[in-house]
Design a protein. Structure first.
Length: 94
């Protein structure tokens, strides 16, 4: 399989989706406090280009993983993150 701009070599020949890695890293920036943060704050803390950060944040917000306060334009964790954790909890119960 040919490598694309959205994949990186992880050292063992298997490609990883770079955009997914970045999205997960952005989500982790909100843990443990879920303090609202701006695009520029998240860009600085992750080292990602502001345009890249903005695109990923908008995608995460559009899918409910983040929410954006319309007045401050800051992001915080959204409700879509609760659904997978509930599924895990249900699967663990006998």
């Amino acid at each position: 399989m040919a490598s694309t701009a959205d994949e990186v070599d992880n050292g063992n020949g298997a490609g990883k989706a770079n955009a997914i890695e970045k999205a997960l890293q952005l989500l982790m920036e909100f843990i443990p406090n879920n303090s609202p943060m701006s695009t520029s704050e998240l860009s600085r803390s992750t080292g990602f280009h502001t345009a890249t950060t903005s695109r990923i944040l908008i995608t995460l917000a559009d899918n409910g993983f983040l929410r954006q306060d319309p007045s401050t334009r800051r992001f915080s964790l959204g409700g879509s993150l609760v659904k997978p954790s509930r599924s895990v909890d249900r699967a663990r119960k006998p």
